[in-house]
Design a protein around this ligand. Structure first.
Ligand SMILES: [Fe+2]
Length: 284
């Protein structure tokens, strides 16, 4: 299957740098089997022997099947000295990678899916927030988001109204900036790097850059894994499995404005992989 440039020429995380240095890693990206070499420097090629571009960023190996015009997305917070870098491992999901990103942007599910952690009844209303496609950087942003959270982070002591900003840097790379319980004027950064294996199957690599020098690493990872496994149940039961991009495919509400912007942006880019538009060409 031919991949459209908006998907082919992007960077994707395929594993943790430390693991790839230790031993060769066989994995898959966009329907192509690939091998990431062990050793230093890390290299990658397709199973049929074609060398692929590689970058090492944020503790992860980034690979592209095409010729990216830019570097992997910049995350300036990652360079701050007092941040904890928390790689949370990889989670396999039977869902379109685009569905994972869309779910990541959604606040309405917090009280129902992450009950008593990221939300709780009766605080179910998604308050008005701002969504925009930033043309200068070609990214989707949702700002001014607020939600009451009983346990916003491992370091939170009791419920707080959490402020959020969401950023979608590439179709499969997203991150959120949320109130940091330990530092009033700074944000915790939680990234979700999605590795599409096939249109309906992916691996998600959550990576966090936190201001928290008290919590144990295993506890930070466990907290994030609990959240993510709750999402997985929802994501694997969504129908259709692929992301609908047809007009009015699913009726949006005001709370969905980030999802509406994300889908519009994907459409403008000509993204088909992992969508219902790509379904017929994938089967052909
Ligand atoms: Fe969630």
């Amino acid at each position: 299957m031919d991949l459209e440039p908006a998907i082919r020429d992007e960077w994707y995380v395929v594993g943790a740098t430390a693991a790839c240095r230790e031993a060769p890693v066989r994995t898959r990206l966009l329907g192509t089997d690939i091998v990431v070499s062990g050793g230093d420097p890390v290299s990658a090629r397709t199973a049929s022997g074609r060398d692929l571009p590689v970058r090492l960023r944020y503790g992860c190996v980034w690979v592209s099947l095409g010729a990216p015009e830019a570097e992997p997305p910049a995350i300036p917070e990652a360079d701050e000295d007092d941040r904890r870098h928390v790689l949370c491992g990889a989670v396999g999901l039977r869902a379109s990678g685009l569905r994972i990103v869309e779910n990541f942007l959604d606040m309405a599910h917090f009280p129902f899916v992450h009950t008593d952690i990221l939300g709780a009844e009766p605080h179910t209303e998604v308050l008005h927030y701002t969504t925009e496609i930033r043309r200068d950087v070609d990214e989707v942003w949702a700002t001014n988001c607020r939600f009451f959270q009983p346990q916003a982070a491992l370091s939170a002591k009791g419920g707080i109204e959490t402020q959020y900003q969401y950023r979608v840097a590439t179709p499969h790379v997203t991150m959120l900036y949320k109130t940091c319980p330990n530092a009033a004027n700074r944000w915790d950064v939680i990234c979700l790097f999605v590795q599409p294996l096939d249109p309906d199957r992916c691996r998600a690599h959550p990576v966090m850059f936190l201001i928290d020098d008290a919590s144990r690493l295993t506890d930070l990872v466990a907290f994030q894994q609990v959240i993510f496994l709750q999402d997985r149940i929802i994501l694997e039961n969504q129908r259709p499995v692929l992301l609908p991009l047809e007009p009015r495919a699913e009726i949006p509400t005001r709370a969905d404005s980030s999802s509406v912007a994300y889908r519009r942006w994907l459409k403008e880019k000509g993204v088909r992989y992992g969508t219902t538009i790509g379904e017929s060409s994938a089967a052909a």
